[in-house]
Design a binder for this molecule. Structure first.
Ligand code: GLC
Length: 430
């Protein structure tokens, strides 16, 4: 476990030493001692598309207080892979266009090891208020390189109306129970055209998430306790076999092979699914009463299902980092403190329904009333297993996607896919 509130070794990386003395928390602060005025000025924050409109208000609030240090949003495409590609390219060309990066939490090791992001002064952040698995994603080599502002945990969305119509009194905890429930539900006249289950199975980062969830939910693993590739195990086989079987028998519909988060969200909201593995961002959208969702008021969420009991989520989320090529790192640090602070994080949940990073927000009665999924989400995140924390994450996830995709599309058997994956991971991860 990463030590909290440990003092940063001043000077180990220039900016951490310099910025550690700013001691500010989002208000207007003097230029840090030892740095020039040049460390301050306009900045950009780069992240995936803001579908909520939340950021407009947040950035306007900051800009009003900081007329000479305005922040501008640069929006990247929706898929996690496209976001990574843009950020890697920006770093490789040493461009100063991006100042604050909203990085998928799996990318911290890669960006830190390549010195594409700066070490942060950890004693200036309230890390001990955060959910422990979330803090773990923020570090590299036991040093803080990013500040989480959004977490993510998978949950099982299910149609309460259909379960009730079939006389089923609660959501399933195992895959077999889910299959039994679907057999009953899909026989009902009101379930015409409905499929049992989907997650996200297009060949992209979401497939890595869904595959690792299946593996972990069957008691398997990708890496052993020492971090070495060890994917040719019984649990991993059972997890992947489950996905293969459900594609074969139609419990997962064939078009799920084209689903990222937004495609599967639309299918669930069109009333085409009984069960759906999804992140929390869908909850408010699926409950919208403006005609965009057929299932408003007709669903609830539960923990993911697994082989012998409740399943295990893969940990998602995003962390803020400062680009090594930013010209205004002091402003970038102040902005991160503001944007990832407790109050903004509570507002972030309030306005977007996305998972906050501070434990206390999950226990806030007002928020639970508005977002009843918070207790389930908190458990999902606390029990979540991170994806491999490795420097060569791009190659690692590509290898995982290749293996999972070849099995679920019937191009390789489960044994072949996992043997090939083990071999590839052994050559990628030292
Ligand atoms: C969500 C998660 C992120 C993950 C992505 C996969 O955005 O927060 O961690 O990589 O989904 O599609």
């Amino acid at each position: 476990m990463f030590a909290k509130k440990r003092k940063v070794a001043v000077g180990s990386i220039a900016v951490a030493g310099v910025l550690a003395v700013t001691g500010c928390s989002g208000g207007t602060t003097a230029a840090p001692t030892g740095s020039s005025e040049g460390d301050r000025g306009p900045i950009t924050i780069v992240q995936g598309k803001d579908l909520s409109g939340f950021l407009d208000q947040t950035l306007a609030d900051w800009n009003e207080e900081h007329p000479d240090e305005q922040v501008r949003l640069i929006e990247l495409p929706e898929s996690a892979d496209a976001q990574r590609a843009a950020m890697v390219q920006n770093a490789q060309t040493k461009s100063d266009e991006y100042d604050v990066l909203a990085l998928d939490n799996v990318l911290i090791s890669e960006f830190a090891a390549n010195r594409w992001i700066e070490e942060l002064p950890e004693d200036e952040f309230d890390l001990d208020e955060m959910l422990p698995p979330v803090i773990e994603t923020a570090t590299y080599a036991d040093k803080l390189f990013s500040m989480p502002f959004q977490s993510d945990g998978g949950m099982l969305y299910y149609r309460t109306d259909l379960l009730e119509a079939a006389g089923i009194d609660g959501p399933p905890t195992t895959w077999d129970e889910m299959a039994d429930d679907c057999e009953k539900i899909l026989a009902l006249p009101e379930a015409k055209g409905v499929s049992c289950y989907t997650g996200q199975f297009e060949k992209y980062e979401g497939l890595t998430v869904n595959f690792t969830e299946a593996v972990n939910s069957a008691g398997g693993h990708i890496l052993d306790a020492d971090g070495n590739p060890d994917v040719d195990n019984e649990g991993a086989k059972a997890g992947l076999q489950h996905l293969v079987d459900w594609f074969e028998n139609g419990l997962i519909p064939a078009d799920a092979i084209t689903f990222k988060e937004e495609e599967s969200r639309r299918a669930f909201q069109a009333g085409e699914l009984v069960f759906h593995r999804q992140w929390p961002y869908q909850y408010a959208l699926a409950n919208a009463e403006d005609g965009s969702s057929e299932v408003a008021g007709k669903f609830a969420v539960a923990p993911l299902a697994g082989l012998d009991g409740p399943g295990t989520s893969t940990l998602g989320g995003r962390n803020l980092g400062i680009s090594a090529f930013s010209k205004h790192k002091a402003t970038a640090l102040d902005f991160i403190k503001f944007y990832a602070g407790y109050d903004q994080n509570r507002q972030f949940l309030d306005l977007t329904g996305q998972a906050p990073v501070y434990a206390g927000i999950y226990d806030d009665p007002e928020m639970i009333e508005k977002y009843p999924f918070l207790p389930v989400l908190k458990e999902s995140i606390l029990g979540a297993i991170p994806r491999p924390k490795v420097v060569a994450y791009g190659d690692t996830t590509m290898a995982i996607q290749d293996a999972a995709y070849s099995a679920i599309t019937g191009k390789a058997t489960v044994d072949e896919a996992l043997a090939a994956l083990q071999q590839k991971l052994s050559s990628i991860i030292e």
